[in-house]
Design a binder for this molecule. Structure first.
Ligand code: FES
Ligand code: FE2
Length: 434
């Protein structure tokens, strides 16, 4: 059982908290590139780890991340003018470059003053359709990690951002919780759910939940990796060439906020980036070896229902006050009275309250991968507190770390052999001792 103390260590992300300091040791997504799509477009206000920032793209197309509040007298730059390779505060016209250089101060003519000071600006990069920033100490910027979805043509990738009103950890835990898949999502995983004998795997490319979820109590095998852990859900598989198999689905979890969900042809990279203790920006990056149909995925995810989510502001709107838009009139035909993965997953997470009271839980063996997530996050906090290292950050290349879609693995053969790069993702570097 988890203590109050550890629950706070895991869930509080402000600047003066252990998890807040740990998260600031990694490069994290601050927004999708599509949210600041063109040079001199509107700036984007965004919140990360309990603090407010703006993201803007200058006339040359270069992106900058600054504190939201102008360094002069703290007006919001989110309503500033983006022009002439900088962002200008409306109040007194101070203008800043993407690196925080003070370009103009119309109400103060001293040029040396402008040269002496800089607005708080953060290192940022653009890769894989996301804008990334580093918010930690200046002299400790980590290597910029590479993921598989940075590669290949843009049409092979699509991104959804969803701002969900609850703590990041309950969303992250939901993504490492195999046993809910065939139950919460059985509208999709097993539409004939009332008749248990009728389960038929759905091999559609876009339906992540519907491949082998007929068995809701899989055996879990979990193994730590240098950047987090990976785990396999093993179910009884068919006889192949007269030999017994396990149907194995394996998921990789990368500190501090990423999991990779396997589909047959694609992989989903899901980042749960805390805005603050009570709100999370979820980024779902779908990526594979062939073009991806975003509209089709939107239907599977349940994001076409504008009561829940809109492309324009990406806010998740289902709350206790509107009873998560559950349609009780459909409760006899559908399992959840909701349609799509996001309304189900996110509403369940929001329904737990802003931060789950974990000391009150009653856990069972099926929760083992969730328990391991907490352990690895606490390991990572401890490593950071004691040695100043962030777990996994010394591996700049995570592009071959993968998850495994449901695969028939002969009994006696290791599922890890199907994921040869998960244990040593970059051969050139070594992990600091834990
Ligand atoms: S507050 Fe921004 S220029 Fe004065
Ligand atoms: Fe789910």
């Amino acid at each position: 059982m988890i203590s109050e103390h550890d629950n706070r260590r895991l869930t509080q992300v402000g600047p003066d908290t252990p998890m807040g300091r740990l998260m600031r040791s990694y490069w994290l997504p601050v927004c999708a590139s599509s949210q600041v799509p063109t040079p001199d477009c509107d700036p984007l206000r965004t919140r990360m780890l309990g603090e407010n920032y703006i993201v803007f793209r200058n006339t040359d197309g270069v992106v900058g991340v600054l504190d939201e509040y102008c360094m002069h007298r703290r007006a919001s730059l989110a309503i500033g003018r983006v022009e002439d390779n900088g962002i200008r505060c409306l109040y007194h016209g101070w203008k800043f470059g993407v690196d925080g250089t003070i370009q103009e101060t119309p109400n103060h003519c001293d040029e040396r003053f402008r040269q002496r000071l800089k607005a708080p600006a953060y290192p940022c990069r653009e890769a894989g359709g996301l804008i990334w920033a580093y918010f930690g100490p200046k002299n400790q910027e980590p290597p910029f990690q590479q993921y598989e979805f940075f590669q290949g043509p843009e049409e092979n990738r699509c991104i959804f951002r969803i701002n969900i009103p609850c703590n990041y950890l309950q969303l992250f835990e939901g993504g490492t919780d195999s046993s809910h898949v065939g139950i919460l999502h059985c509208n999709m995983a097993n539409p004939e759910w009332k008749d248990r004998a009728s389960f038929v795997p759905d091999l559609d490319d876009y339906t992540s939940v519907a491949m082998a979820s007929g068995d809701n109590a899989p055996e879990l095998e979990i193994e730590n990796t240098p950047y987090g852990y990976h785990y396999a859900a093993k179910r009884e598989g068919p006889q192949v060439d007269g030999s017994p198999t396990h149907s194995v689905r394996a998921t990789a979890v990368i500190m501090p906020v990423l999991r990779i969900i396997p589909l047959r042809e694609y992989q989903f990279f899901v980042f749960e980036v805390p805005q603050d203790d009570h709100k999370t920006s979820t980024y779902i990056v779908c990526h594979g070896p062939k073009p991806f149909d975003r509209e089709k995925m939107k239907v599977v995810l349940g994001l076409t229902d504008e009561r829940y989510w809109r492309e324009t502001d990406v806010e998740y709107r289902a709350t206790p006050e509107n009873l998560w838009f559950q349609d009780r009139s459909r409760i006899n035909e559908t399992w959840s009275g909701m349609t799509g993965l996001i309304p189900e997953d996110s509403s369940i997470s929001v329904s737990m309250g802003p931060i789950v009271e974990r000391p009150k839980e009653v856990l069972v063996a099926a929760d083992a991968a969730v328990v391991r997530l907490r352990e690895r996050l606490l390991d990572a906090i401890r490593l950071h507190e004691e040695k100043g290292d962030a777990l996994g950050v010394s591996f700049p290349d995570l592009s071959r770390v993968r998850s495994l879609a449901d695969t028939n693995v002969p009994v006696g053969k290791r599922w890890q052999d199907y994921l040869p790069h998960n244990m040593s993702p970059s051969s050139k570097t070594t992990e600091p001792a834990e």
